[in-house]
Ligand binder design. Structure first.
Ligand SMILES: Nc1ncnc2c1ncn2[C@@H]1O[C@H](COP(=O)(O)OP(=O)(O)O)[C@@H](O)[C@H]1O
Ligand SMILES: [Mg+2]
Length: 318
């Protein structure tokens, strides 16, 4: 198949998205697909061979559209805002082109940690208690005990802080506000960090790979995510009951959002069972990222995984 892989993007996760896209493109070529690549610069310019440099954002998109039109499938390996949030899936929906992963609705809700909570609670899952504040009201916020402060919509732990004392609250709110005007102030959840990857390979069949445990002393922060120091155990050492409850919760969330392709559901496993932390509808996809590692534990190689995702691609909304 002719696959257009999109990387980069206009948010703090630009570099991570470049790494995911490069790895996906290489694996697709190894799997026998005909691959072309386009990068969205931090400023929003679509850059590829044949797309004029120095064009405006709108003009570069116009020049890139023939690449989208010529593809059998688009693989939008762009994490975060203006990518994972459903925007690229929406572009493909309008163009009538098959796209890997979730459609616009699941992408948009999954990218919004507040909306995700509302859906999760409605579907019977537990989440961290939290309140939403506007960046303009940060000054009125009082310290009421340890909390986690985070942007409603971001990723790679950018803008996420653990606040243990009154003095730490204001700087944490300011840091979160760099990434989103909407800020979440959450109770601190104590539990093991367990991720579950769910894949839908066409039709109604979807299944979860063996869960992965992240060993982080404190927050799983940006540095730990990308400096190679992150320690994972796959499969996570869980009892049969724990595996069942966390996997069931991940599938419930996947269905509630109407996800497609692959999504990574991140949980805290507490003494009272799983608590959903967040949903990633375009999770990190280098071979060393959590999702490919979980599928490797299910005997699905990286090349096989990306090929399955391409085969499962659909035009959103059809
Ligand atoms: N309510 C919470 N309680 C305890 N730790 C948290 C909480 N929220 C986030 N964390 C920690 O911060 C990390 C990043 O937060 P997360 O919400 O996953 O943001 P991102 O989308 O940037 O990954 C998590 O992996 C976890 O280690
Ligand atoms: Mg996270």
């Amino acid at each position: 198949m002719r696959v257009l892989v999109i990387g980069g993007g206009q948010n703090a996760e630009h570099e991570v998205s470049l790494a995911s896209a490069a790895a996906v493109a290489e694996a697709l070529r190894a799997g026998g697909h005909e691959v072309s690549e386009v990068t969205i610069s931090r400023e929003g310019l679509w850059e590829a061979a044949g797309v004029t440099e120095g064009a405006t954002v709108a003009a570069s998109l116009t020049l890139a559209m023939p690449l989208v039109a010529a593809a059998d499938v688009v693989f939008p390996a762009v994490h975060g805002a203006l990518g994972e949030d459903g925007v690229l899936a929406a572009l493909c929906a309008l163009a009538g082109v098959r796209v890997v992963g979730s459609g616009p609705r699941a992408g948009a809700i999954g990218m919004d940690k507040w909306a995700t909570k509302l859906v999760a609670e409605a579907a019977g899952l537990r989440t961290a208690r939290g309140r939403l504040i506007d960046a303009a009201d940060c000054g009125d916020s009082e310290f009421e005990g340890p909390v986690v402060v985070k942007p409603v919509s971001a990723g790679s732990s950018y803008g996420v802080s653990l606040v243990r004392s009154e003095q730490e609250l204001a700087p944490a709110l300011r840091e979160a506000a760099r990434f989103d005007r909407r800020i979440l102030v959450e109770e601190v959840v104590h539990g093991r960090e367990i991720d579950v990857a769910v894949i839908k390979q066409g039709g109604r069949v979807r299944w979860a790979a063996p869960p992965l445990e992240i060993h982080a002393a404190g927050l799983f922060d940006t540095a730990m995510k990308y400096d190679g120091s992150a320690q994972f155990t796959v499969p996570a050492q869980l009892s049969a009951d724990e595996t069942t409850s966390i996997t069931r919760a991940a599938l419930t969330m996947f269905d509630a959002l109407g996800c497609a392709g692959v999504a990574r559901m991140d949980f805290f496993l507490t003494a009272d069972g799983p608590v959903l932390n967040e949903v990633n509808t375009m999770p990190g996809l280098t071979a060393a990222s959590q999702v490919p590692r979980m599928f490797a534990a299910a005997d699905v190689s990286y090349v096989d995984l990306v090929s399955r995702l391409v085969r499962a691609a659909e035009v959103p909304g059809r």
